[in-house]
Write a protein that binds this ligand. Structure first.
Ligand SMILES: Nc1nc2c(ncn2[C@@H]2O[C@H](COP(=O)(O)OP(=O)(O)OP(=O)(O)O)[C@@H](O)[C@H]2O)c(=O)[nH]1
Ligand SMILES: [Mg+2]
Length: 286
């Protein structure tokens, strides 16, 4: 049997988390059209007759902001390259490569780990992927290149086959049924954060942190209370919205998804708090 750790690396918003979920066949990581969605290196476990692959989804490298959260996220990406068996380098031919891509490639070349280049979003037309040729031409010394769609699952089997060739023999790291290293409460916080990202405008997402305060079962009813913390008073107003409409929209989206995944009836109470120090606290806690 084979086993090993494989990291998903690439700049922000290229589809790493979408790819992780598609590879695992279950929603382990949250996804959104906004940059910097992923904040923790989330693990997803693929169980296969050939062995076990532990995929590590990372925060995208993001040079846009100099706040403590972004800096910490970039450090996390670099640190997670330690002790892994292979890298899937995910790129998005919709956007021009630029400085972030150059930095990632420098990091990857220095890592001395087998790389598979995954050119994502194959489901889009060639016109929608104007930078396809530039990305096809990337040479980071990769073992192979695959054009995939994380959204439709196209060609993901080619990645998995290649990985089983590359990975060492070894015992599985996780028990048979375990798909992720996130606890229920961590996953729940992430789900709430995803719904915030989807409901809110561009500048807000980096300023949102979610903590689940309680999660109790009462027969088939599950009662959850969670606090959404943001760094400024004006953001709090935006999250709550006129007549609490926005917060209601976020709550409904969380409840719907949770009910469909678990089959439970969900009672969800969301509260919004302001704490200007949370970004620094987040960075310190990592
Ligand atoms: N058309 C298309 N869109 C995709 C595909 N994969 C991901 N996306 C979209 O790209 C956006 C970003 O996806 P994520 O999976 O959150 O990207 P990420 O690389 O994890 O981003 P960060 O966590 O911010 O680093 C989302 O809107 C996805 O729906 C794909 O194969 N095709
Ligand atoms: Mg992500």
């Amino acid at each position: 049997m084979k086993s090993g750790f494989v990291i998903l690396a690439g700049r922000s918003n290229v589809g790493k988390s979408t790819l992780l979920n598609a590879l695992i066949g279950s929603k382990v990581a949250i996804m959104s059209p906004k940059p910097q969605t992923t904040r923790h290196p989330v693990r997803g476990v693929l169980h296969d007759p050939r062995g076990q692959i532990v995929f590590v989804d990372t925060p995208g490298l993001f040079l846009g902001q100099k706040d403590p959260v972004s800096k910490k996220l970039n450090d996390l990406v670099k640190a997670s390259l330690d002790g892994i068996d292979a890298i899937i380098y995910v790129v998005d031919p919709v956007r021009a490569p630029g400085e972030e891509e150059a930095q990632i490639q420098k990091m990857l070349k220095a890592a001395n780990v087998p790389i598979i280049l995954a050119v994502n979003k194959k489901d889009l037309t060639e016109e929608q992927r104007p930078h396809l040729e530039e990305f096809r031409a990337i040479d980071v010394g990769q073992e192979g290149s695959v054009e995939i769609s994380a959204r439709t699952g196209a060609n993901l089997n080619l990645i998995v086959n290649k990985l089983f060739e590359l990975l060492p023999e070894g015992e599985p790291f996780y028990p048979d049924l375990q798909l992720t290293d996130l606890t229920n409460s961590q996953w729940l916080s992430e789900l709430i954060r995803e719904k915030c990202f989807l409901a809110l405008n561009q500048e807000l997402p980096y300023s949102v942190h979610v903590h689940v305060e309680s999660d109790e079962r009462d027969g088939r009813l599950r009662r959850i209370t969670a606090v959404i913390t943001t760094s400024e008073e004006r953001y709090k107003g935006m999250i709550i919205g006129k007549g609490a409409q926005k917060l209601k929209e976020i709550g409904t989206a969380v409840r719907r998804e949770l009910e469909s995944v678990t089959g439970d009836k969900i009672f969800l109470q969301l509260q919004v708090d302001v704490d200007p120090k949370w970004p620094q606290r987040f960075a310190d806690a990592q």
